[in-house]
Design a binder for this molecule. Structure first.
Ligand code: KG4
Ligand code: ZN
Length: 347
């Protein structure tokens, strides 16, 4: 099959999404979000998200097919996120996808959502070079991966020892009074502030810890340092320079991510860095990665903004990789795995 056509279905968190990818071409892409229903609770409520998936599943998949001018019989395979994510949410998407696969007699692949976040870059930049490095920055994950073959073999080079970068932003945003999800608000305010106004620690970069964990990350200290600083300002009756706090936080996090990623590229002899995950929409990180990439002669491949956050295209694209590589489809009784390890590509 030279250019497989795959329907990708996503329901790990608060987006119900479906897309069709043919080869490296995005044919249709539909996303419905329940984000607004969670905003007043300050975070995603799994029960509400699961119900929203149950309501959106058929309309979203139908629209993805209609936009592509296709019927289910026209696709070569179905791919669905089987994890990691919220169990109730995953169950809706996986059950729906299994029903479609069974009704249309199509192969189905239960894929790793996180690997989908990097796979999606192929829609813009073409196939992965062999043995490349990848930086995953999603809401729940911050990791450096060595991707030997995106369909068959991925190793974890480093990962966060505590909070993910996205989580750290969301927590600081909450402290500053921004609504959920806070990441984009920190981004916007950070663009207006002074990135060197406040000293924000860079976890695992110096001394013994830095040597022992060259590719690991730690962001909980960052969050605590910012919280302490804000509290001290408040105790002294001073106004919080929100833009400066955001700019300093964003600069610290982007610098650590970019430096460790470049160090990894050197170590693994990779001339390419693949980036993915919701946090890769962050403008400070995008600018920093492109800057250090240029300095180190590394081509940095970051998805366009609409493909950074959760979507079906990432799932369909990884599905295409699996079909192309001749990987065996998942069995009809494959389980969901809310804590799917990062080195599992499909189940
Ligand atoms: O990958 P994603 O859509 O969901 C997961 O799979 O976890 O990532 C969501 C995360 C949230 O933490 C959100 O605040 C963050 O991505 N995010 C951003 C930006 N856009 C989304 N963080 C910083 N700046 C942004 N522009
Ligand atoms: Zn995601």
């Amino acid at each position: 099959m030279s250019e497989p056509t795959v329907l990708g279905i996503e329901s790990t968190c608060d987006e119900t999404a479906a897309a069709i990818v043919r080869g490296r071409t995005l044919v249709s892409n539909v996303v419905a979000s329940s984000m607004e229903e969670h905003a007043r609770y300050g975070g995603v409520i799994p029960e509400i998200a699961s119900r929203a998936h149950a309501e959106a599943f058929v309309p979203v998949v139908s629209k993805a097919l209609a936009d592509a001018n296709m019927e289910l019989s026209d696709v070569d395979a179905i791919a669905v996120s089987a994890g990691p994510g919220l169990a109730g949410c995953l169950a809706v998407g996986v059950s729906g996808a299994k029903a479609l696969a069974w009704a249309a007699n199509k192969p189905i692949y239960g894929i790793n959502h996180v690997i989908g976040h990097i796979a999606v870059t192929q829609l813009q930049f073409g196939p992965f070079p062999k043995d490349t490095l990848a930086l995953i920055v999603s809401g729940g994950h911050t990791s450096l991966l060595h991707v030997e073959d995106v369909a068959r073999h991925v190793d974890v080079v480093g990962t966060t020892l505590d909070d993910a970068a996205g989580e750290c932003f969301d927590k600081v945003a909450r402290l500053l009074g921004f609504p959920y999800p806070g990441g984009p608000h920190i981004d916007k305010h950070g663009q207006l502030g002074d990135p060197h106004a406040i000293k924000v620690p860079q976890g695992l970069t110096k001394g013994k810890a830095g040597k022992e964990h060259p590719y690991d990350f730690s962001f909980s200290g960052v969050k605590t340092a910012v919280a302490r600083w804000v509290e001290a300002q408040q105790a002294a009756g001073k106004e919080i320079p929100v833009d400066d706090v955001c700019a300093s936080l964003a600069d610290s996090v982007a610098t650590v991510l970019a430096n460790k990623a470049m160090h990894g590229c050197e170590e693994y002899g990779s001339k390419t860095l693949i980036v993915g995950g919701g946090f890769s929409a962050n403008s400070q990180l995008r600018a920093k990665l492109l800057e250090v990439g240029k300095e180190h002669g590394v081509e940095v491949r970051i998805p366009q903004i609409k493909l950074c956050t959760d979507n079906g295209a990432m799932v369909a694209m990884l599905g295409v990789n699996l079909v192309e590589a001749g990987v065996r489809p998942s069995s009809p009784d494959f389980p969901i795995d809310s804590a799917m390890p990062m080195n599992v590509i499909s189940v």
